[in-house]
Design a protein around this ligand. Structure first.
Ligand code: NDP
Length: 493
């Protein structure tokens, strides 16, 4: 089987030590590819290439923004041209349903176009400053940060890569990217597209391998100026502490235990459908998953019954067959989800539906979990406190708006939250009180390239997407020009 390679300094190469690893299809446990299994030495080489490209010739950062934008549009064209292949690959190594993977591909192309557009309009500002020092002209300009290390998880392989690569490159940085070892295949194609688009050698580098072996150096190296990471809170903490050596900038998009608050005056049917998307989309492997449903007591029974009915009707299967829900990414992740389910049962939550591995037909060979709803959950249960990252939701009840808000904020996380109500003023009141970076009213999970995405509290800091997402990868330089050389203003006696 051909080994998928690292892409360093414009060239494809095997890991320096020659090691490679299998990539598994979680729908049936079969090996679908072999990829380079890199060590810190490969990453060191990739960082050196990015460093030389940025601080040496500086071709990419010096390139006029419209030309950079043109190349990013070419990348978007390349993604569209290879859309079927990319969607299939994300489906194969992640397990997600094909139409969801197709949506990710469309979003990825649109994201490159969005950032190409953003850098095509002037940035920076001109300032009216006092003449205390004599006549002065002041302005600011946005510059790239330098060498950026990008580390992404396995739940949205192509899209998470794009959320980081598109703004980092648009800003003029040189990057080293390490995708998850579980889902590296679409990244390889994306780098073929970057290569074909004509990015200068060393601008974008790809290192395949595990986090501890190939990723850690991106946080530690003094030749990296910024590291951005999406993944678990624990790994985020490791990265933040490894990054202090050279005080590199750190961006962290971490886990969540997000509240989805449903008031009795909400459209019940709509709330059920959005709650399903909130917690079962992408097998529930979504950082913003609405994994805590907080529901007003008077409608709880009707809501839970309808949610269970809809969950039980979901089709489960190989992502390529486009079911409602695909496979969990790995056996390890499936075992972790099943352990959460067992603990919830032991701790007294009432299992309403699901609660077990799904093994019908061909699925017996893969890693599938039935969509699971637990009722009667309490704040002290692990299911209410810990991120599961799977299709499992905890239902709790409240009686008053104040109680709902207190329950929503009763978590160390602060990534997302939703509110369902037909009372507009209440929706806005509650949203203002939720300590989370991404919130929804009468919907759950829609995400837009134009709007910033990121967390409060232990869900991290920094923002992906939107103008803020570009600014994360920029630094601002202030320029002050003396218009009358020799004049020292008030300083001159
Ligand atoms: P991790 O946070 O460990 O992995 C995310 C990325 O970080 C992967 O590319 C991983 O590499 C890399 N990584 C791991 N350790 C290091 C390190 N020391 N230095 C640099 N990079 C590192 O998540 P897991 O895959 O282990 O999932 C565990 C749990 O994390 C899930 O059950 C879920 O709760 C949560 N999670 C949250 C995500 C989110 O979007 N918020 C996404 C994924 C997981 P590799 O995997 O190749 O070793």
């Amino acid at each position: 089987m051909e080994i998928r390679k690292n892409y360093i300094n414009g060239e494809w190469q095997l890991a320096l030590g020659g090691a490679s690893r299998d990539v598994i299809n979680p729908a049936n446990g079969e090996v679908i590819a072999r990829v380079a299994d890199s060590t810190a030495e490969d990453t060191r080489q990739a960082i050196a290439a990015a460093h030389a490209a940025f601080y040496g010739k500086g071709e990419w950062r010096r390139m006029a923004a419209p030309r950079r934008a043109e190349l990013l549009h070419r990348v978007a064209d390349g993604i569209k041209a290879r859309a079927d292949e990319l969607a299939r690959l994300d489906c194969l190594d992640n397990g997600k349903p094909l139409r969801e993977a197709r949506g990710d591909v469309d979003d990825a192309a649109a994201c490159f176009r969005y950032y190409a557009g953003l850098i095509s309009v002037p940035q920076g500002g001109v300032y009216e400053v006092s003449d205390a020092f004599g006549p002065m002209h002041a302005y600011s300009m946005h510059e790239p940060i330098g060498v950026c290390g990008l580390i992404t998880p396995w739940n949205y392989p192509l899209l998470m890569a794009t959320w980081k690569l598109a703004p980092a490159l648009a800003a003029g940085n040189c990057v080293v990217f390490k995708p998850s070892e579980l889902t590296p295949l679409s990244a390889v194609v994306l780098f073929e597209i970057l290569h074909a688009a004509g990015l200068p050698a060393g601008t974008a580098n790809l290192v395949l391998g595990t986090g501890p072996a190939a990723g850690q150096l991106l946080a530690e190296s003094h030749d990296v100026d910024m590291v951005t990471f999406t993944g678990s809170t624990r790994t985020g903490q490791l990265i933040a502490s490894a990054a202090v050596g050279n005080l590199k900038k750190v961006g962290l998009e971490l886990g969540g235990k997000s509240p989805n608050i449903i008031f009795a005056d909400a459209d019940l049917e709509g709330a059920v459908e959005w709650a399903m998307i909130g917690v079962f989309f992408n097998q529930g492997e979504v950082c913003s998953a609405g994994s805590r449903i907080l529901i007003e007591e008077s409608i709880k029974d009707a809501f839970v019954a309808r949610l269970a009915e809809r969950a039980n009707a979901m089709t489960i299967g190989n992502g390529l067959d486009d079911p409602d829900m695909g496979a969990i990414v790995s056996q390890g992740q499936m075992d972790k989800i099943l352990a959460h389910i067992e603990r919830a049962k032991q701790q007294g939550a009432r299992l309403v539906c699901g609660g077990e591995r799904y093994t019908e037909g061909e699925c017996a060979r893969g890693y599938f979990v039935r969509p699971t709803v637990f009722d009667n959950c309490r704040r002290d249960m692990d299911l209410v406190r810990e991120e599961v990252f799977g299709p499992v939701v905890a239902v709790q009840t409240f009686r008053t708006e104040a109680e709902a808000i207190a329950m929503a904020n009763d978590t160390p996380y602060g990534l997302a939250g939703g509110v369902f109500t037909s009372d507009g003023a209440r929706a806005l009141r509650v949203i203002r009180e939720i300590r989370a970076g991404v919130t929804w009213v009468n919907c759950y999970n829609p995400t837009f390239n134009e709007a910033p995405w990121g967390g409060y509290k232990m869900s991290g800091y920094g923002r992906d997407l939107g103008v803020n997402g570009l600014q994360e990868y920029q630094q601002v330089k202030q320029v002050n020009i003396n218009l009358q050389p020799g004049v020292l203003g008030w300083y001159q006696h």
